[in-house]
Design a protein around this ligand. Structure first.
Ligand code: GDP
Length: 329
């Protein structure tokens, strides 16, 4: 725990130069939305303009553009399948990207940086709810170990730079995210997007059953992406005294409860059935959110309204070539 100082907080975003890495992704675009009315100068770099794995290019860009605050979101992300087949790419690219951005933030005197880690950084046998202190206390899920180790290195880099150079770099750990901008790929999506899509398709093809993976008993803590963006804004502004914050809503739901809520939102009237040939994965990973509550933030978007906004996003994008392509996959 560090002392809160004036340097660790940000009084206002107005007029500040803010770099959001990964602004085209689900969380990055939520971050852009959440900062739209702050009169800040948003610095946004597409992959074509700036390859974040290229150290010299990143340093040259930072020297020229001089961001004052950074939301470091850009990373190679993917589902369990991509993670288990491409572990080298996940580890190399994410280590390179975060080393370049975090070290650059120190070299160019960035006032504060917020880095997004992942709940897979915690050991699979961590006590529930999982506190920030559980980091590096046990074995990781072997399917996503390379990705998790990359994110752990990012958290540790924030800590190390704070310790050695007195920087203000803070990492946040979200639970399972959902919301506008999600990936609705039939096999590669996460639980909410996967079930939303199948519920929609089952409804429209008049199927009697909605198939849900696993046996319905694992529990997941869901967080709407706009809630995570608001938490990150809060962490950036608040006088943080820790270098790691869990951003949880404080409760989880069984997969069966999630499926029934989604069926309700979509208007699917048939039966929910379970495909036990698909893995349950981790049974529970509820985050301890005491630390972020003490900093004065709490989640505002309930599951019912959050899932409705996610479904609306799905409907808006369903006819796009991208999602039609997925339908044929
Ligand atoms: P995880 O939290 O990293 O395991 O990520 P997911 O968001 O993929 O959630 C996986 C959990 O949801 C497992 O218990 C799955 O069995 C269950 N699940 C049920 N239906 C689906 C689905 O359509 N897609 C995914 N990804 N998971 C599903």
């Amino acid at each position: 725990m560090r002392k809160a100082t004036a340097e660790s907080s940000v009084a206002s975003y107005a007029g500040r130069k803010i770099w959001i890495t990964g602004h085209r992704g689900m969380l990055g675009s939520a971050m852009v939305r959440s900062l739209a009315d702050e009169n800040a100068e948003l610095l946004l770099t597409s992959r074509a303009e700036l390859d974040l794995t290229d150290r010299l290019a990143v340093l040259a860009w930072m020297e020229k553009n001089r961001p004052e605050l950074i939301f470091h979101i850009g990373a190679k992300v993917g589902g369990i399948h991509a993670n288990s087949t491409l572990p080298a790419e996940f580890l190399y690219e994410n280590l390179a990207i975060q080393s370049n951005v975090i070290d650059g933030a120190h070299r160019f005197n960035v006032h504060k940086l917020v880095f997004v880690a992942s709940n897979c950084t915690y050991p699979t046998n961590a006590a529930q709810p999982i506190s920030e202190d559980a980091l590096l206390t046990g074995p990781l899920d072997p399917n996503i170990r390379a990705y998790a180790v990359g994110k752990i290195a990012g958290i540790e880099m924030c800590r190390a730079y704070n310790k050695q150079f007195g920087t203000n770099f803070v990492a946040v750990v979200p639970p399972n995210l959902y919301g506008p901008g999600d990936n609705y790929h039939p096999q590669h999506s996460h639980v909410v997007a996967g079930i939303l899509r199948r519920a929609h398709e089952a409804k429209h093809s008049g199927d009697a059953e909605l198939v849900v993976w696993g046996d319905g008993t694992p529990r997941r803590e869901l967080l709407h992406v706009d809630d995570l963006a608001s938490a990150m804004k809060h962490v950036m502004q608040a006088p943080t005294t820790h270098d790691l914050y869990n951003i949880g809503c404080g409760h989880d739901l069984s997969i069966a409860e999630i499926a029934m809520t989604i069926a309700d939102v979509v208007g699917f009237k048939g039966k929910v059935v379970y495909d036990s040939s698909k893995p349950n994965g981790t049974m529970r990973k509820l985050l301890d959110n005491k630390r972020i509550l003490a900093l004065g933030w709490k989640a505002k978007i309930g599951e019912k309204s959050g899932l409705s906004s996610a479904y609306q996003d799905f409907l808006d994008r369903y006819q796009t070539p991208q999602l039609r392509g997925y339908a044929q996959a």
